[in-house]
Design a protein around this ligand. Structure first.
Ligand SMILES: [Cu+2]
Length: 170
């Protein structure tokens, strides 16, 4: 009887280790502009910064800046190109904003302070679809349901494994 309880404990511990290791490898953290951060000083080329990154779903994009001088606005592609900050999708102002990228495609961010976007304080975070996934024939973006289902399957998969281990050891 005692050994069953012990084994159950080992199984649970094993599961916790497995699950936590998966979460650690889930996403990379990218600080926009690296050591320069999110700024107009030094003419950081954010296009160049982003172009050699291999952004994936689950990555965290960190904007570090002086909140007295800058902010972060997520905008549409058209607004990004025109530096139009009149109706952003979202606005962040803490000076240390972490944004999880959980959908495929382009994510456009600009600084909403007048003149800053025009000066180049804008970045395009693009998460390309996995090559194995056939592109949608219409070309219209429909990433949200697919991603949601992936997450669900991932979670269900881990749950099944944990239950299986509990049965094995218990
Ligand atoms: Cu700014």
């Amino acid at each position: 009887m005692a050994s069953i309880v012990e084994n159950r404990g080992v199984a649970v511990l094993l599961c916790l280790v497995l699950v936590s290791s998966v979460e650690v490898s889930d996403g990379a953290v990218y600080k926009v502009g690296d050591s320069a951060g999110w700024t107009t000083i030094g003419n950081v080329d954010y296009k160049q910064w982003a172009v050699n990154k291999n952004f994936q779903l689950g990555d965290i994009i960190v904007f570090e800046y002086n909140p007295q001088h800058h902010n972060v606005m997520q905008v549409t592609h058209a607004e990004y190109r025109a530096c139009n900050v009149s109706s952003p999708i979202s606005t962040r102002t803490t000076g240390n904003d972490s944004i999880a990228i959980d959908t495929y495609g382009h994510h456009f961010f600009v600084c909403g302070v007048p003149g800053h976007c025009q000066a180049g304080q804008k970045v395009d975070i693009n998460v390309p679809r996995a090559p194995s996934v056939a592109p949608s024939p219409s070309g219209l973006p429909s990433p949200v349901p697919a991603v949601a289902m992936n997450v669900v399957f991932e979670k269900v998969g881990w749950l099944m494994l944990i239950l299986q281990l509990l049965y094995m050891f218990g």
